[in-house]
Ligand binder design. Structure first.
Ligand code: NAI
Ligand code: MG
Length: 353
């Protein structure tokens, strides 16, 4: 669902019509890395007209609400957002804003491409795209406790669900992505040997849909635990992976590890009504405010957003400048074994645009 350029064919000195987009700086390192994105996109002739909106823990502090109505209204209007990481309280507290946004805008597909940037690491030449179902599974589970005796939380229940329609939609998305991007194979990842209903419905859907792509995209399947091991032993056998929500969450972090960590992994949440781009990593409270955050993951997310809005040329220039900086010049933040600050990295990338 690539949206057309809205530059309106402006010629000469006529100002370009920019695409309205929501920017959520977010929590922790979010403001630092989104500032980097804005500076670098500016140098590329930023095609986006940003509407900056709060969300997450910082929005609780400023607006008394982790997802203020104005933020939702903004995304409803723009249908396009770049989102910094949002802190989610563990155990209790407010519900994950990330999950709320996915649900509100029916962002059913989570696309997480992982491509080797830095050569000479533990794994060379990784190029895997993980497609994760983003709405159902255990993320849509009815969770509750049952009391026994005087223990109010003696038993914990979770009833997740997957729908046939939801499975078919995400599997079609993965195959269509494979066709559009010249990929050879889609691997279906499930646990249909144990969760026979919950993930059996997913495998069934894949077996029905894959034949429609015969001759164009191959299909195979793996049980999730075996897949985790094989991703470590021989990741090169994988091309596009499509899986259910929780397995996708876990495997995408594993795959990010294959390319040198979370600081390099972008993600896109794509739906029928909107698309929200983000880094795979979280708000990194341990390094927030210290100028150590790696902006590359969210810059790659911005590149996906440029691709999505038919600004492939700017996306290519952005990726090239990042590669030149990180690989060519060896300018790297601490997570990549370097000592550059977020600002130094940003300046170095700017110099290459
Ligand atoms: P995290 O991804 O924030 O941090 C894990 C480790 O990676 C930390 O040591 C951190 O310093 C490092 N790291 C992450 N991003 C980095 C970057 N750009 N540059 C350098 N180092 C980086 O995961 P964690 O600690 O489990 O979660 C922290 C908070 O973030 C939690 O509240 C969690 O719920 C939230 N979170 C939000 C996400 C989102 O908004 N999409 C995704 C994942 C977690
Ligand atoms: Mg995760």
């Amino acid at each position: 669902m690539t949206r057309p350029r809205s530059s309106g064919g402006a010629a000469g000195s006529e100002p370009k019509v920019r695409i309205a987009a929501t920017l959520i700086p977010g929590d922790g390192i979010g403001p630092e890395i989104t500032a980097s994105v804005r500076a670098i996109l500016s140098a590329l002739g930023d095609p986006f007209e940003w509407d900056v909106q709060p969300a997450g823990l910082s929005a609780v502090a400023s607006h008394g609400d982790p997802l203020p109505p104005a933020t939702l209204d903004s995304i409803r209007r723009t249908k396009l957002a770049l989102k910094g990481p949002l802190t989610t309280p563990v155990g209790g507290g407010f519900k994950s804003v990330n999950v709320e946004l996915r649900r509100e805008f029916e962002l059913f597909a989570n696309l997480r491409p992982a491509v080797t940037l830095i050569p000479g690491q533990r794994y060379e030449n990784i190029d895997i795209v993980l497609v994760r179902e983003n709405l159902d599974g255990y993320y849509a589970a009815f969770e509750h406790y049952l009391p026994v005796g005087d223990d109010p939380k003696a038993v914990a229940f979770s009833a997740g669900f997957n729908t046939r329609a939801g499975c078919e939609r995400i599997i079609r998305f993965a195959f269509d992505y494979a066709v559009a991007h010249g990929r050879r194979k889609v691997t279906i990842v499930h646990k249909a040997n144990i969760l026979k209903a919950l993930t059996g419905i997913f495998l069934d859907a894949a077996r029905r849909i894959a034949p429609h792509y015969e001759g164009r995209v191959a299909m195979d399947d793996r049980i999730v635990d075996a897949c985790a091991m094989q991703l470590v032993l021989n990741p090169w056998q994988f091309d596009v992976i499509v899986t259910t929500n929780l397995f996708g969450d876990i495997l995408s972090d594993l795959i990010a590890g294959l390319i040198g960590g979370l600081g390099l992994a972008p993600g896109a949440n794509i739906g029928t009504q909107a698309a929200i781009f983000e880094a795979v990593h979280g708000s990194a409270p341990d390094i927030a405010g210290k100028g150590q955050a790696n902006p590359v993951a969210i810059l790659f997310a911005a590149a996906l957003m440029l691709d999505h809005t038919a600004h492939g040329e700017e996306a290519t220039r952005l990726r090239h400048a990042i590669r030149e900086t990180v690989v060519g010049q060896g300018v790297r933040t601490r997570d990549l074994g370097g000592s550059a600050t977020t600002e130094a990295m940003t300046k170095a990338i700017l110099a290459r645009i």
